[in-house]
Write a protein that binds this ligand. Structure first.
Ligand SMILES: *Cc1c(COP(=O)(O)O)cnc(C)c1O
Length: 229
């Protein structure tokens, strides 16, 4: 397996190029190392390379990595979160990327001991298999979150379709940015919504060109050893 250090140099270089294309400062893009498919040791290698943002998509994987790494990382839960798992996860993370329903918000309100930084997940491409709100429902959903004191909407998250077609990927990211700007325009104190969580191993350069502030990179950065927890 390649050293994370080598992968990281290449990814940072690609982010730099993508940012320059659109006159962005590359330092405005934060990399989340998605460690869901690698071992604790590999996650520790990420930390040793100054990658502080780690992403996990299952409660078990989060627990395993967190026991070893603790507060040396900023923890992102990027998978869909079952309501019955909220209690186990919600006070162990710094960011939730998958807020997509009011029943989940209600459970967070009940279980969280402090305000939770959340991304609202949007299914911009409207694929049946994907989680997330439809574009049309997103604004109303965020307005409805006003009733919850523990939820702060820091941004929006999406996943682009798994396709070679760059135009489709790009329009997905553009769509998310457009909704984000509408949310910002609402001026809601609990929903500053300044962040865009978009871009993975195959499409992070496009995401950076379209305004991503967090890219979630697993395979290209830490690799993929299959499920390890
Ligand atoms: C697994 C995963 C990623 C990382 O995917 P790679 O293609 O391995 O970079 C990013 N976001 C989410 C929501 C994921 O589940």
């Amino acid at each position: 397996m390649k050293l994370i250090a080598d992968n990281l140099i290449q990814i940072q270089n690609n982010i730099e190029i993508a940012a320059q294309k659109v006159n962005r400062d590359a330092s405005s893009v934060k990399i989340i190392a998605v460690t869901k498919q690698v071992t604790v040791e590999r996650a520790e290698e990420a930390i040793a390379n100054n990658l502080v943002h780690l992403g996990e998509n299952r409660p078990e994987g989060l627990e395993l990595k967190e026991q070893a790494i603790g507060n040396k990382a900023i923890w992102h839960f990027i998978g869909s979160l079952q309501t019955r798992k909220v209690r186990k996860v919600i006070n162990q993370i710094d960011y939730l990327h998958s807020l997509d329903r009011l029943s989940l918000a209600e459970e967070i309100e009940k279980r969280a001991q402090k305000i939770v930084k959340c991304f609202v997940q949007v299914n911009v491409s409207e694929e049946d298999a994907k989680h997330g709100l439809s574009t049309d429902d997103t604004l109303q959903f965020i307005k409805d979150l006003a009733q919850f004191s523990k939820i702060q909407v820091v941004g929006l998250m999406t996943m682009a379709p798994n396709t070679e077609d760059e135009a489709i990927i790009r329009s997905t990211f553009k769509g998310l940015k457009k909704i984000q700007q509408q949310v910002v325009g609402l001026n809601l104190s609990y929903a500053p919504c300044n962040e865009l969580s978009m871009g993975m191993s195959n499409d992070y350069q496009i995401a950076v060109e379209e305004g991503a502030t967090f890219v979630r990179i697993g395979t290209a950065l830490v690799g993929n050893e299959g499920r390890v927890s």
